[in-house]
Design a protein around this ligand. Structure first.
Ligand code: ZN
Length: 66
């Protein structure tokens, strides 16, 4: 990224938008962590297809094709 260029043609502050992206990415990581915790503690109810199965409760999926 070109750090010299801090505003687009609409006058938006790129640094502000970039810091917002960083914050959102941190939020995404937190939420992914929460999903992982939920999935680890879930008593899975799997919906199976020929190649994979997906838990109907937490969305955890794994391949059944080895
Ligand atoms: Zn589950």
């Amino acid at each position: 990224m070109d750090l010299e260029f801090i505003a687009d043609e609409n006058g938006q502050d790129i640094r502000l938008l970039t810091s917002e992206i960083v914050l959102l990415q941190e939020k995404i990581q937190q939420l992914k962590g929460r999903i992982e915790t939920i999935q680890q503690n879930c008593r899975h109810i799997f919906l199976e297809t020929p190649v994979m199965r997906t838990c109907q409760k937490c969305g955890f999926s794994e391949s059944t094709y080895y």
